[in-house]
Ligand binder design. Structure first.
Ligand SMILES: [Zn+2]
Ligand SMILES: [Zn+2]
Length: 183
């Protein structure tokens, strides 16, 4: 069976991308993968935009095969093309303040100071996302090879308050790479 878009028949499934429930009746994306525990296949469910950011290739394939199955294919396609253009972008799992200074940045290998913003990463393997460490906000362009990551970063940070978002925006501007250094 190919991957699919459908309306959720129950509200029991959680999105693999963000960990939040997918409401009954909401549009969802199902990625079909070989069942790791048994014969046959299994389906991993996502909110469509979560899949666009974290599983861009299967989502793009499905958009191409079943045009008309989603109400706003252009914005999904744009998000997925952005995510698939740089191999590390699908690792973005949100922004948070470092609770300790113990974690080291995956880009520069320096510690990330307590209380400063860091980008959480996940690695995808055989249908699973596992914690993949962190990078400094200031290391974003070097690590992701593009500075254009704010949309997925905010998308996977739904718990931030308005105040947090304003602070993140300030930290973002303070750590912006010099103009002309990046495409
Ligand atoms: Zn989601
Ligand atoms: Zn760093």
């Amino acid at each position: 069976m190919p991957h699919l878009f459908e309306r959720a028949s129950t509200g029991r499934a959680k999105c693999r991308g963000c960990g939040r429930p997918i409401e009954k009746g909401e549009l969802r994306f199902g990625e079909r993968i070989p069942n790791p525990f048994a014969e046959g296949e299994t389906t991993l469910w996502f909110h469509p935009l979560c899949a666009a950011y974290k599983r861009p290739e299967p989502l793009l394939e499905t958009l191409a095969q079943t045009p008309g199955s989603v109400p706003d294919p252009e914005s999904l396609e744009r998000a997925a093309r952005g995510a698939s253009a740089h191999r590390r972008l699908p690792r973005i799992d949100g922004a948070e303040r470092a609770p300790t200074s113990q974690a080291k940045c995956r880009n520069c290998h320096e510690p990330i100071s307590r209380g400063t913003w860091r980008i959480r990463l996940v690695f995808h393997e055989e249908g699973r996302f596992s914690p993949g460490g962190f990078v400094h906000l200031a290391c974003r362009a070097a690590y992701f090879e593009t500075g254009d990551i704010l949309d997925p970063l905010l998308h996977f940070s739904p718990d931030l308050s308005d105040e947090d978002r304003a602070e993140l925006a300030r930290a973002w501007a303070d750590t912006a790479p010099p103009p002309g250094k990046l495409p």
